[in-house]
Each structure stands twice: as structure tokens, then as C-alpha cells.
Design a protein around this ligand. Structure first.
Ligand code: FEO
Length: 396
């Protein structure tokens, strides 16, 4: 494993996962990921910040051996999810003198999930300062980005902050720092949508705090580091803002093309009005693409066929994921075509309302038809496009 010096005896000793394609058995990883761990060699003491995903333990240990450290005094755990803490038991065994530094919530979770000996853990808080000699570790307890245990670690002498998941990206690259901002912007936005978006208020608060600190490098635990912190701070400020972008997304599924015709017609009508719209065929789309679009979506229009006497399960699944991600959408609608049952409209409205209690969106008109869309269906879709356009205009 490559060991790379970031600056002044601060090293990246993490692991790049080029091949991983699924996270939490849910989140697609089109570009792999990395588990960044950092070794800090102070003039008197040495500290490790976070560890790596357990399948990468062997290469992680090889990297630590290459780093020529005789002893490890501290292991800072910024977050107990096991892609960062999972190798901790093995590292504690390797370095019996090392003490874990973390906050009280993270301590509780480390004991629950990894059975870490309580005696090996020392608690830190916002006012704790740990001297490594010529470097100081300071801590910002920052819960809910994205677990209740999350915190950041700051070294004022080097103006570097280790933010764990916050501001990270699932992106495997040999670049230590962000080189191509456009590429990492998309990866970081996908990561924000999937991991951070449900916690917008905390994201806003911590982004504002970072904006006001003296920081030269932001070092997250996934993806490349930011040596121009403004790039990711500005992106996070925008994504978490309450600004209305006026975009429409249409997650849909169509069995015999009738719903598909309705979706494409509505999308065309919105485009003609200058409204940005993206249909997502739920049988084809990458869940991450849908998540990214939710960051800026003002209106969500669900499109569904009917399976037996209920809306297609793909739409039900999408609604439950969207609810979990808590997007800032202001308006919601549904459209679709059914075969022989007659209650698709009623069932869709009922189920979407029940599945999305966290999305506080105003319900707009719905459009449903039995079989192929008719002239009347298209008139109703014209009206829906007009309604969306006017609602956006009034809200912006
Ligand atoms: Fe990358 Fe929440 O772990």
C-alpha cells in the first residue's frame, strides 16, 4: 500500500478500493471508493486517524509497517461505522500501548459493534487538546453527519482538518488531492445525496463552521483530499441551501408503454416551458443518479403502471428511498396508466403519502388513465405542466 506524505509528517496511509461496486448492500459505487486513514508523526507522539474497512486490513498493516513507527500513542476514531473503525481491534492488538481517542457516543458504539475494551478508550470533547509535541489534536464534536457519533479532528499547526465521511466522495483515484474538480463535484454530490442529504441542518451548520476556520486542507475519509477547500465548502453550501432550483424529476416504471408515453409527453411539455426535467426509468436507472437529481429537484412526479391491484413495486421502492433521503422537493404529483383495476390513482396517492412522511411537499394534480392515453389525458398533462411551471415561478 502506498504511503504518501501530505505535509510536515502527516501521511495518508489509507486504502483504495478500486473494485468495490456496492456499499451497505444498497449504494452503487461506479467509481469504487477509498478508506482514508492518516498517520501523524509529532515530535513526541504519534497518532493514527481512523482505520480502514476490514477486508483491507492486510495492506493497511503493510503500510503502517512501511511507515517505520515504533509505537502508536493514539488512535483517533472520528466515526464508528466499520468502513473506518473495523480494523481497530487488530490495530489495538498490534500497538498495545495505543489509546483510542473518541467522543462518548462513538465510544458506546465501538463497544457495541467491535467489543473494544473500555479501558483502551479516552474521551475527548470540543475543548480537549492532545499534544503530539510540535502538533496538537483538537476535536469538533459534529453529530449527525451522518451518525450520532461523528466528529472532526483538526491540527491547527498544519491547518488540516480530518472530517471523516463529511465532504467525502466514493471515488478511487491515485490522486491525493482533487485534480479534476468537475469529476469530483459529481462524485461528491452523489455522496452528499446518498449520505448527508437527510441531515441538511447539521450539514449547513458544520459547513458554516469550516468556512470560518483557518483551513488549508480538508481530509475526508473517502476520496481525494481538498487542497482548495473553498471548492467543496461552496458546493456543500449550495446543496444544503433552501434555494429553489425549479427542476423536475420523473421516477417511473411502465409495463406496456402507456405510462411511458405520458412521461415523455409531460417531459416535452415542461421542456417547452424551459423547465429542466429528468425522467428516470426505475428499471434501468442507477439509484445514485436518482439520488443526485433529488438534491436540486423542486417537483417529483411519480409515474407508474399497475401490478395486480397495486402500483408497481419499483415505484413503491423508489418512494421509500426518496423518503429516507429527505430531499427539499416542494411539490409532488403522480401519473400513470392501469389495465383492468380502477383504483391506481387512489392507491398511488395513498401509498406515496404513507411512504413519504418526511417529504413535506404540496400535492399537485394527478393524471391517470385506463389503458392508452387519450386526448383527454394529454389535456390533463398539459394542465399539469402548466401547474408545475406556475408553482415554480411563484416559489422562486
Ligand atoms: Fe464511511 Fe459512515 O462511513
Amino acid at each position: 500500500m502506498a504511503v504518501r506524505e501530505i505535509k510536515n509528517n502527516i501521511f495518508h496511509v489509507g486504502s483504495i478500493d478500486w473494485d468495490r461496486r456496492l456499499f451497505d448492500q444498497l449504494i452503487p459505487l461506479p467509481h469504487g471508493t477509498s478508506y482514508n486513514s492518516y498517520l501523524i508523526k509529532g515530535s513526541e507522539k504519534t497518532a493514527l486517524i481512523d482505520t480502514v474497512y476490514p477486508p483491507k486490513l492486510e495492506e493497511f498493516i503493510a503500510g503502517l509497517k512501511k511507515s517505520n513507527i515504533n509505537r502508536l500513542d493514539y488512535i483517533v476514531i472520528n466515526h464508528s461505522e466499520q468502513d473506518h473503525s473495523g480494523s481497530l481491534p487488530a490495530i489495538l492488538e498490534m500497538y498495545p500501548e495505543a489509546q483510542v481517542l473518541t467522543n462518548s457516543k462513538c465510544k458506546e458504539l465501538l463497544i457495541d459493534h467491535l467489543h473494544i475494551d473500555e479501558e483502551r478508550i479516552s474521551l475527548v470533547n470540543d475543548s480537549t487538546e492532545i499534544s503530539l509535541g510540535d502538533k496538537t489534536l483538537k476535536f469538533m464534536i459534529s453529530p449527525w453527519v451522518h451518525w450520532p457519533d461523528t466528529m472532526f479532528t483538526y491540527i491547527p499547526e498544519d491547518k488540516i482538518i480530518f472530517t471523516c465521511d463529511f465532504m467525502g466522495s466514493h471515488f478511487a483515484t491515485s490522486d491525493l488531492y482533487v485534480k479534476h474538480e468537475g469529476v469530483i463535484y459529481e462524485a461528491a454530490k452523489r455522496y452528499y445525496a446518498e449520505i448527508m442529504m437527510p441531515f441538511k441542518q447539521q450539514v449547513k451548520k458544520y459547513t458554516e463552521q469550516l468556512k470560518n476556520m483557518d483551513i488549508e486542507i480538508i481530509a475526508p475519509s473517502h476520496g481525494p483530499l481538498y487542497d482548495k477547500p473553498k471548492f467543496i465548502i461552496d458546493a456543500y453550501s449550495d446543496w444544503a441551501s433552501d434555494d429553489i432550483k425549479g427542476e423536475v424529476i420523473i421516477p417511473y416504471v411502465s409495463m406496456y408503454k402507456s405510462t411511458d408515453k405520458m412521461v415523455k409527453y409531460l417531459a416535452d411539455k415542461l421542456m417547452e416551458k424551459g423547465v429542466k426535467v429528468t425522467p428516470f426509468n426505475l428499471t434501468e436507472t442507477d439509484l445514485g443518479e436518482l439520488a443526485i437529481s433529488l438534491v436540486d429537484a423542486t417537483t417529483i412526479v411519480f409515474g407508474a403502471s399497475m401490478v395486480l391491484a397495486a402500483p408497481h413495486p419499483a415505484v413503491i421502492y423508489a418512494a421509500s428511498i426518496i423518503n429516507a433521503l429527505r430531499p427539499k422537493a416542494k411539490f409532488i404529483s403522480s401519473i400513470g396508466s392501469y389495465g383492468w383495476a380502477v383504483q391506481l390513482g387512489e392507491k398511488m396517492d395513498e401509498q406515496i403519502k404513507a411512504l413519504m412522511p418526511a417529504v413535506k411537499a404540496e400535492k399537485l394534480s394527478s393524471v391517470f388513465v385506463k389503458g392508452l392515453p387519450t386526448d383527454d389525458t394529454y389535456i390533463k398533462l398539459d394542465n399539469l405542466a402548466e401547474e408545475i411551471f406556475n408553482k415554480h415561478k411563484a416559489a422562486m
